[in-house]
Design a protein around this ligand. Sequence first.
Ligand SMILES: Cc1cc2nc3c(=O)[nH]c(=O)nc-3n(C[C@H](O)[C@H](O)[C@H](O)COP(=O)(O)OP(=O)(O)OC[C@H]3O[C@@H](n4cnc5c(N)ncnc54)[C@H](O)[C@@H]3O)c2cc1C
Length: 408
Amino acid sequence: MGGIALMLGYLCTQWLAATRRYAFESKRSRLELETLGKRLEILNAKVQAAPEVAWNSFRKFTVARKVEECADTYSFYLKPHNGRPLPAFKPGQYLTFEVQPPGLPKAQIRCYSLSDGALTDEHYRVTIKRYIRDDGKPGVVSTYFCDDVKEGDILNVKAPSGKFYLDVEVERPVVLISGGIGITPMLAMARVLTHLNDPREIYFFFGCRSGVDHMFREEVIELQKNNPNMRLHICYSRPSETDVKGEHYNHHSRVTIDLMKEVLPSSNYEYYLCGPGPFMDSLVAGLYEWGVPKKDVKFEAFGPATVKAGPKDGAAAPADGAVSAIEVEFSRSGKKVPWDPECANLHAFAEKNGIPIDYSCGAGSCGSCLVAIKKGNVNYDMEPGTEVDEGSCLTCICRPAGNIVIDA
Ligand SMILES: Cc1cc2nc3c(=O)[nH]c(=O)nc-3n(C[C@H](O)[C@H](O)[C@H](O)COP(=O)(O)OP(=O)(O)OC[C@H]3O[C@@H](n4cnc5c(N)ncnc54)[C@H](O)[C@@H]3O)c2cc1C
């Protein structure tokens, strides 16, 4: 049985155990137990239907529903166009889309996290916020989704992927921390734990400016009602006059490390973070300073990664002084240049030298910047979110480990 089926099998066992716990501990009504039993049956059916691999390349999905969550933020409920069953995903993973907004010369690739985590769902859901660039212009693809994509449209979607996910088998209490649209993977995690009736403690911190951009408010409150182990901490940095403390939000502040220290009984949790660059930089650094081991701090960047995790375990970092002696050869362009240690990654170095390599997420997730390595090796700054073929590298998150020849 494949990995997905194995995971679903495990979830089934958990669900069954949860159902029994319900029976003995909560003395639930017969009707409720029957409903739970039905859900287990559906889950079992999914185990049987789970394919070995989700699917390769792009698959067609129909936009079944489009829902406005808050200002400039929409959820898209996606159903497979061929009507066949949907493979399960791990809470925290994302989908990769290929879209062609009008007026652009070529198709664009972007990743969007799955924001739903209901195991029996017949759809996938992503939630997209209109991105505003540093120059004040709206982002191309997020704007296309917000303004143009409508119910009934068909989209090209790659299978769920990504290494940033909650491992349901590790039974440690979790702290889910998000800012703005970074809530999407956290919502999927909280939903899966709740639907599994998982007994672990969940601290859910969410930060936004005010009630205007407080997305999923009702959904998260509903989750909390169904999960006595979930503790909500909503932070508004600039509440409006109509926002009521204690009703709409809990803290008039940003999500900070001091708040964590105040609220959490200890630092001994597994932490999952997703949000804007400065938010992640300060919180990740704060958690490390607080003594939380690096292995317990997991984070995802939605844009070019600012938080560096250091070279992947086992990756040989070049010795000091050896870095500037490294030579990078771009075989297709016939260019050989000494590596510039100031460059954040191989993609930035190629760009600096006028070598075009496709690029999209800047976070090792979408696979756009993949190039073949003809000779040599690379070190990654962070774990790639997508599978990297043997003999290739994701140039947006790696640096050469020594002399290297790449097909660009
Ligand atoms: C794994 C992953 C999951 C994601 N999940 C979501 C999600 O659930 N919901 C959602 O709305 N978005 C999500 N994103 C971001 C999304 O993929 C797009 O980057 C975003 O919609 C902007 O694309 P655009 O075409 O609108 O902007 P563009 O026209 O591409 O302009 C954005 C430009 O700014 C740069 N940039 C700098 N910082 C950031 C940043 N923090 N985010 C995006 N771009 C940045 C980009 O490199 C790019 O050049 C996710 C990204 C990744 C990598």
